[in-house]
Design a protein around this ligand. Structure first.
Ligand code: CTP
Length: 363
């Protein structure tokens, strides 16, 4: 039995990036042998095992061939005769089809190292087009590695378009889409994710209304990069993308991608806040409302990030000052009010009034 490190870990290591998850491939073993060594079987569709100590995933080398549409008709073989090369051949991009031995030797049958050097996202083979998720994955890698200068190789782009044209994207579940989108929104250039999807027709196929919105707002990619510099959460990034989209379309979109409820709330809170050009005095009330709404989610960083977003949208003069004000709002104590004899909800009311005055004095 031979064990190899594969996929993203090898890729990121070669790029000099930190390695998060490590995936392993085992060649020449049977499920029984794995279990005899203490590995725990976890794979539903494929023979995948968890290491008894590290809990990392070890998959038996396998081949895959799809004969049906969507996620149907996969013919999987994972017997001990499957070679490492055969396993790497079924993978999406050459930069993800690299393996490393325990001695640190890189195994690279499809030119992944050269593509890493040339900054190319290239499909391993036409079998790339057996999995529609790869359209989203590739767009996500384009966003993640945009700063490193990665581009999409034309034949790979054609394979993505083929998946789109064949209607394969319709087989993706909202949950899988959100997992990819969430990761893409956390990169330094989320705009590239949407731009690549648009380029291959996927944005139009998945969400025509978002595609039209994207075209109407050429300023969005730049805004998204700026927002990414502020390390906004993916909910805020998405809220920014969806800002100004009519609320019914926004809800429809968010339901389709199965984004968590908090994302929808965030999008609505931002929409509301952004409707105040200049955000003058009476808008302090709005800011406070936003602040309370976000506060109630018990994620303080969301409050700061949302305000940073408002600044990015050009509606607040000084982010620093506003953050200071909000910090001051947070620090206000109920103690003096209690000492004056206020009780229950009246304490909250008094605190709210105090916060409002603090904000209104400067906004
Ligand atoms: N893979 C694939 N097609 C998919 C999903 C995964 O070919 N639809 C392969 C790729 O070789 C990938 C490996 O499985 O490198 C592991 O997948 P995953 O952990 O999802 O992604 P990573 O490439 O490791 O990327 P990330 O850094 O985002 O985890």
């Amino acid at each position: 039995m031979q064990i190899y490190l594969v996929g993203g870990a090898v890729r990121d290591k070669l790029l000099g990036l930190p390695v998060k998850d490590r995936d392993w491939v085992v060649v020449g073993a049977t499920p029984e042998q794995m279990q005899a060594q203490g590995f725990k079987a976890v794979g539903k569709d494929f023979p995948v095992f968890l290491h008894p100590k590290t809990q990392e995933e070890y998959a038996l080398a396998r081949t895959e061939r799809k004969q049906g549409r969507g996620y149907k008709g996969f013919v999987v073989a994972a017997d001990p005769s499957v070679t490492l090369e055969e396993d790497l051949l079924r993978r999406d991009l050459t930069i993800n089809a690299l393996a490393e031995t325990a001695q640190g030797e890189i195994i690279d049958p499809f030119g992944g190292q050269q593509d890493l050097q040339q900054r190319l996202l290239r499909a391993v083979s036409p079998a790339f087009a057996e999995d529609p998720l790869r359209v989203l994955r590739t767009a996500r890698f384009a966003a993640r590695f945009a700063d490193l200068g990665f581009t999409l190789e034309p034949e790979t782009q054609a394979l993505m378009r083929k998946l789109v044209d064949q209607g394969e994207l319709a087989f993706l579940t909202g949950e899988r889409i959100w997992l990819e989108m969430d990761k893409a929104l956390s990169t330094s250039q989320p705009g590239v994710f949407f731009a690549v999807l648009e380029q291959v027709g996927a944005l139009q196929a998945l969400w025509p209304e978002l595609a039209a919105h994207w075209q109407r707002h050429p300023e969005l990619p730049g805004l998204l990069s700026k927002a990414a510099e502020q390390a906004l959460a993916s909910a805020q990034m998405l809220a920014l993308v969806l800002l100004d989209l009519p609320s019914n379309l926004k809800t429809h979109f968010l339901q389709q991608v199965k984004a968590p409820k908090a994302v929808l709330q965030q999008a609505e809170a931002l929409q509301k806040a952004s409707q105040h050009p200049g955000l003058r005095l009476q808008a302090a009330e709005e800011v406070l409302e936003l602040f309370e709404q976000l506060d109630s989610w018990r994620r303080p960083e969301l409050t700061q990030q949302t305000l940073v977003l408002l600044v990015l949208l050009g509606q607040l003069a000084s982010r620093q000052r506003l953050l200071e004000l909000l910090a001051a709002c947070r620090k206000l104590s109920a103690q003096p009010w209690v000492a004056q004899g206020l009780k229950g909800p009246a304490v909250g009311e008094a605190l709210r009034e105090e916060r409002l005055q603090l904000l209104a004095a400067e906004i």
